[in-house]
Structure formats: C-alpha cells, structure tokens
Design a binder for this molecule. Structure first.
Ligand code: 13P
Length: 382
C-alpha cells in the first residue's frame, strides 16, 4: 500500500527543496500514465480529483480506480480533492478517498473565505486530513488576477489553521496568452512569513527556469492539468484523421504520451529519485473498519428494514465515514443478528465518531453494550 499521509509528503518536499506534481485526473489513461511516470523516475506523486470536473466525470466511479492504482503503486501517492467549494464537498472528497482537501473560496470576501476554510479545517483535521486553501485569486484565463499579500496570508493561516497555502503570484489556470510574469519577491516574502508548504496553481505553460525559481521560494506542490490534457487531445485529433480507426484507436499512445510528459515534469520539479526516502519519512494512509455486530430487539422484517435504512443514512453522513456496509441479517437461532461495518477514512476519525450524537443514539438504542453486541472493534486494512 503506497498511499501516504499528504502532510508528511509535502513537508518532505518543502524541507528538501523540490515540488510534488499534483495532477487532476479525468480518465483511466491519465491515472495510468501519471502513476507509471512516477514509478519510472521514482518520484512521489499526488493524484487530484477536482470538483469542477464532477460535471464531466462520475467521480464515484473514477475515485475507486485512483485508490486502487495508488494502492498498488511502487511509489508514495497521495490523493487530493482539488478546488472544493465548501464544507459539504470537502466531506464528500474525504468520502471518495482523498487524504488531502482543498477548499477554494478565494473568489469570496476575505471574511467568508476565512470562515468557510476554518470550518473545513476543523472537520478535515478530525479525519486526519490536511487542508489547502487559496488566498488572492489565481484566475481562469480572462479573469482578473488578485495577488496574495504577505499580511493577509499571515493572518489567514493563523486564523484558519490551513496546512498548505495556494498563492497568487502571477500564474493563471488554463491556456496562457503569453509568458506570465511571476512575482518571485512576493513569493519569497510569503514563504518567509509562513514557513508552510506553498502550492502553485496554473502550472501549465511555465518554463523550467520559472519552475526552479518558484520551488526555491517555497512552492512544494505544483498543480498541472491543461498542457498535459491539451497534448493528449492533439494526439487524439491526429488519431482521428485515420478514418478507418475505431474507438480504441483514438486513444492509441495517449497513456504513453501523458507518461512521458509527466515524467519530464517530475524530473524538472526535483521529485525524481526521492520515492524511497519519502516512503521512509511518511506514515502510511490506511482506512480503518469499524465492525459492529448485534442482536436487534425483537422486531418484524419491516422494522428491521427501517433501522437498517436509518443506520445507513445517519452513519453515512458523519464526516470521515466513507462507507456503511450493512450485511443482510442472517437467521441465528430464532432471532436475527446484524453485522454492520463502517469504513473510516483513518484512525483519526474514531474519537469523533464515538462522540457523534447520531452514532451514540443508534448505539444506545440498538447495540448498547451487552453480551450480544460487539462494538469496539476497529481494524486497519492490512
Ligand atoms: P493548469 O490547468 O493551468 O495547469 O492548472 C491546473 C490547476 O491549477 C488545477 O488546480
């Protein structure tokens, strides 16, 4: 299992003067290409699931593939929820398997950005998940840029408790009109004031030299999407010119191309060759299963169906609970026995789960400690 805690991974990058690539994925080709690239050059890598992409891709289907690829990868991997719009979506990101979340309220008034980010930090930290937020505004091409200021950044980090900060120092999301002018002095001052890993959004279109100077001044995570997917789209257009080709022929070479480009970037950003030391320095990230078996009070099938539905709804809504598996009650003697499994994002979720009023209510009512119930059973996936 190569999934590791993202806070450990980025701390290592920050302290050792390199940046980890964070690539949002929208397809299996991308997952495969990027993980293989990281394996080829032995680099840590972050795979991103981005909320704005939810309208194009069913992330409920793609996220398990990301998790499976991370689990079998030979290099350290973290899974990040990119550009989350608020508390609810950050909870959903953790439910999808992300072990780092970004809350992006940079387009809102500062006070609102602080309040929402603070709420996300409180929730995510209770799940063991670090939080990235954005201050200033890294625009989509065409929008107006708002630079991050040192003073605001200092106050923002102190008030919110974020683990990483995305800064606006001259980059834009998407395709660039010309060569961007980056404000390295501003970045250096922000870095000196904060001392936490800084994040660069809008990595597409920058030169190797620009990347090096950004990393020297505190950038430890680089988000990169447009240029990578544009090159894949160009190849697919070329493939489509061969009118005899079928659906699969359109994708011919796409994964290899993504792999090549992602590997080149990982080498430029300095992560190549770091996998072994990162694995050694990072705690593994493992979900925890909470097993509950109990004998419900005497009830008919309809009542049992009701508590099953209720249990699924209430328990599934608790932050950090990723899945509620309720197995069909089996006949045991004359009474039915229930077995419920809660899949938790991490061990950190346990205390807040046990204090949750809905959890406590169900526990008191249906599986209060007795000789027929077993509840304090937590197992880390091996
Ligand atoms: P680009 O698409 O400009 O590379 O930016 C990606 C990004 O910042 C995703 O969060």
């Amino acid at each position: 299992m190569a999934l590791v805690r993202m806070q450990d991974m980025l701390r290592h990058a920050y302290e050792n003067g390199y940046a980890v690539g964070a690539f949002d994925v929208v397809s299996l080709d991308m997952i495969q290409g990027i993980i293989t690239a990281a394996e080829r050059c032995r680099a840590p890598v972050i795979i991103g699931i981005s909320e704005p992409h939810f309208e194009h891709v069913d992330m409920g289907l793609l996220a398990p593939a990301v998790e499976a690829a991370a689990a079998r990868a030979e290099v350290p991997v973290a899974i990040h929820f990119d550009h989350g719009s608020g508390l609810e979506s950050a909870v959903e990101g953790i439910r999808l398997g992300c072990n780092g979340v970004m809350v992006d309220c940079s387009h809102l008034e500062l006070k609102e950005n602080i309040d929402i980010t603070k709420a996300v930090v409180a929730m995510a930290h209770e799940c063991g998940v670090p939080v990235e937020a954005e201050l200033g505004y890294v625009p989509d091409s065409g929008d107006e840029m708002v630079y991050t200021t040192v003073e605001e950044a200092r106050g923002f980090v102190r008030l919110t408790g974020v683990d990483f900060l995305a800064v606006s120092i001259g980059t834009v999301h998407g395709r660039l009109g010309g060569k961007p002018k980056l404000d390295y002095t501003r970045l250096r001052h922000i870095n000196e004031a904060l001392g936490i890993p800084l994040v660069l959004h809008g990595g597409s279109g920058l030169s190797d030299d620009q990347f090096h100077r950004l990393i020297t001044n505190g950038i430890a995570k680089i988000n990169y999407f447009t240029a990578l997917t544009d090159s894949a789209a160009r190849l697919m257009r070329d493939n489509a010119r061969d009118k005899t080709g079928g659906y699969l022929d359109l994708f011919d070479g796409v994964s290899a191309l993504l792999e090549q480009e992602a590997e080149r970037l990982m080498r430029v950003w300095g992560g190549a060759g770091r996998a072994a030391e990162v694995l050694e320095r990072c705690a593994p990230w493992r979900p925890v299963d909470h097993l509950i078996t109990f004998q419900p009070p005497e009830m008919d099938a309809e009542e049992l169906e009701f508590i099953t539905r209720r249990g699924r709804r209430l328990l599934g809504a608790i932050p950090g609970v990723r899945e509620v598996l309720l197995s069909e009650p089996v006949q045991s003697g004359t009474r039915r026995r229930c077995a419920w499994t809660l899949r938790l994002a991490s061990e950190a979720v346990i205390p807040q789960l046990e204090q949750n009023p809905d959890y406590q209510g169900l526990r008191k009512r249906y599986w209060r400690e007795s000789d027929s119930a077993s509840v304090s059973n937590y197992r880390r996936s091996a």
